[in-house]
Design a protein around this ligand. Structure first.
Ligand code: NAD
Length: 356
């Protein structure tokens, strides 16, 4: 791209405020529009980030017809990712889309095809990849010192956080699923990213809806959910080409340590293993395990305590657009995660392992 300032917009400024912050902190980017249909949220975010009034929109079509936009972040409810992303791509706008890429594989594939046709960058926002521990671990894996990664475990098990705000999170038609597609997709991506994105061949799993139906463990507490037809937890087992496997689990709600909300990835390689976990409330820990002088040893690095994952993701997206590079998390990574999650949904229904 040869223009000096990249013109950026953000649609949906719930969690999307992180994208506003990401663009604003980039020297080569100017925010030309933010959009949210909720007037309070639009005002709060607009005021917080000093967005001029004529750059705030409550209607997406208004924003894209009235504004020249080069890049856009989409942070809308999942069912709106496809119509909004394809419209943007058809207009030549590069897209950074929040996870999950869409509600299902077919829809996510249509977004990827629209990007291909328009020859525009499409990146999935997997911000947790940019935690210092994960970045360090990925660098260690690049050295090849782990040998062959033959197995992994990953999970994000919340004690009690069924999202009740916005209502769409708990509706299959709008979200695509529950805890697995919301939280599970993040840790699935972390495990796959660290393993080098092996190709899944089959999946087995089960999902459960134990609490949401009863209005339990919701945030806000005891919320009266208009619809709850998704899982509040699930567990799966994935086999990959080449023989590696992944065991993973995710919940919005489960009876466990009060307020637990951490996630983890464990890797088992022929020459070394690793463990990453978030130690609530604020800590994160990573270690590599291997033989040193013929003794089993732990290697624990000293790392910065935190990074802003969304900011790094947004800056990486801008860099890819400017320099015509493929993003770390292209559309395929959004599609593979959805294939595995859909596989668990199918397996849960049939009671058998399914091919993906
Ligand atoms: N990467 C992460 O860490 C992370 C965290 C939370 C959510 N997410 C993802 O981000 C997306 C949004 O999640 P959220 O938690 O912000 O949801 P939310 O419901 O809190 O916010 C979505 C916003 O979109 C607005 N909106 C809805 N329909 C609209 C429309 N047609 N036009 C304009 N605005 C509209 C709503 O008013 C709301 O402010 C989801 O895909 C979710 O999975 C990612």
């Amino acid at each position: 791209m040869s223009i000096s300032k990249i013109r950026a917009a953000v649609v949906g400024v719930g969690v999307g405020w992180n994208h506003v912050e990401g663009y604003q902190s980039h020297p080569d980017v100017e925010i030309v529009g933010i959009c949210d249909m909720n007037p309070q949220i639009l005002k709060e975010r607009g005021d917080r980030f000093n967005i001029p009034l004529d750059r705030r929109f409550d209607n997406f079509d208004d924003m894209i017809t009235k504004t020249k936009i080069d890049v856009i972040s989409i942070a809308l409810p999942n069912f709106l990712h496809e119509p909004v992303a394809t419209k943007c791509l058809e207009r030549g706008i590069h897209v950074l889309c929040e996870k999950p890429l869409s509600t299902d594989v077919a829809s996510a594939t249509r977004i990827a095809e629209a990007a291909e046709k328009a020859n525009r960058t499409l990146m999935v926002c997997y911000n947790h990849r940019y935690r210092p521990e994960i970045m360090w671990l990925k660098d260690q894996l690049r050295t090849g010192d782990f040998g062959r990664i033959y197995a992994a475990k990953a999970g994000w098990m919340r004690e009690g956080f069924i999202p009740a705000h916005g209502a769409w999170f708990t509706q299959k038609a709008k979200a695509g699923g529950g805890a697995l597609i919301d939280l599970g997709v993040h840790v699935l991506d972390l495990a796959l990213w660290l393993m080098g994105y092996p190709k899944p061949v089959s999946v087995s799993g089960s999902m459960f809806a134990e609490f949401g139906m009863r209005g339990q463990k919701t945030v806000p507490r005891n919320a009266n959910l208009p619809t709850f037809d998704v899982e509040d937890s699930g567990m799966g087992f994935v086999r990959f080409e080449g023989g590696a496997v992944l065991q993973f689990e995710s919940s919005w709600a489960s009876h466990r340590e009060p307020k637990a909300d951490g996630f983890f990835v464990r890797l088992f390689g022929s020459e070394a293993g690793a463990n990453f976990y978030t130690a609530e409330p604020n800590g994160e820990t990573v270690a590599i395990y291997k033989y040193v002088s013929d003794q089993p040893s732990a290697i624990v690095p000293k790392l910065p305590t935190t990074t802003n994952g969304h900011r790094i993701a947004v800056h990486h997206f801008v860099d890819c657009v400017k320099n015509s590079k493929t993003p770390d998390s292209p559309a395929e990574h959004g599609i593979v995660g959805l294939k595995i999650i859909e596989g668990i949904y199918r397996s849960s229904k049939t009671g058998h392992e399914v091919e993906v």
